[in-house]
Design a protein around this ligand. Structure first.
Ligand SMILES: CSC[C@@H](O)[C@@H](O)C(=O)COP(=O)(O)O
Ligand SMILES: [Zn+2]
Length: 213
């Protein structure tokens, strides 16, 4: 087996795990119509990233493309997610991040459009403790909101500028677009995704019932 084939084989367990995660996310209806993208870190300056335009619930290992930013600019043989620059920036901002999941659920999309400002402070939910670093329902956890743009490097810059706040939630919202979560393992990222979807759903119900954002 040549070196390239060996490298691909070594990455296979990561790819298989991410494909299974994609099926679970799709079963929750959080990645309709090819929306969303996922990645898993494979080194200090590299990750496997979903190929652009794929159905994220029907991924196979060859749909996960090795991407490197070792030399600065992103390098990949193929067309990785249109949002790869944001994934790479998250890995650069925190070396402990091992997986990034981006979804387009109805709840996160609608919720992001109801928020007037650039952050939403969440407090009072036991489920907050599913977020790394949150220890009590009495804590307040800021979920940072960014305006949508097709300029992903600019979005990545905006995230870096507000990283101190953004990192508290292990998640961020892009208005009218969707949710990004990450974790120190794939399981961590999955837990953050499920917890944030639950919290966002609760907040939407609260807003519906009270009329107050
Ligand atoms: C189906 S439109 C969604 C895309 O514009 C984008 O936001 C997205 O999440 C998926 O893009 P992709 O390039 O497949 O990773
Ligand atoms: Zn998207």
């Amino acid at each position: 087996m040549n070196q390239a084939a060996q490298h691909v084989q070594q990455l296979n367990p990561y790819a298989i795990a991410l494909c299974a995660t994609g099926r679970w996310i799709a079963s929750r209806h959080w990645v309709p119509a090819t929306g969303g993208n996922f990645s898993i870190r494979t080194g200090e300056h590299s990750a496997l990233v979903t190929a652009s335009g794929k159905d994220k619930g029907q991924l196979s290992p060859q749909d996960l493309l090795p991407v490197s930013w070792q030399q600065g600019p992103l390098q990949c043989d193929g067309t990785p997610s249109a949002e790869t620059a944001l994934h790479a920036r998250l890995y650069q901002l925190d070396h402990q991040i091992k997986a990034v999941l981006h979804t387009h659920s109805v709840h996160s999309t609608v919720f992001s459009r109801l928020l007037p400002g650039t952050e939403h402070l969440l407090t009072g939910y036991e489920m907050q403790k599913a977020i790394r670093g949150q220890h009590s329902h009495e804590d307040s956890c800021p979920l940072t909101v960014f305006d949508n743009t097709q300029d992903i490097p600019a979005l990545a810059d905006a995230v870096a500028e507000r990283w101190q706040q953004v990192q508290t939630a292990s998640a961020l919202l892009v208005r009218g677009h969707g949710l990004y979560v990450w974790g120190q393992s794939l399981e961590d990222a999955k837990r953050h995704l499920e917890a944030w979807e639950f919290l966002i759903h609760c907040e939407l119900e609260r807003i519906r019932l009270t009329g107050h954002v």
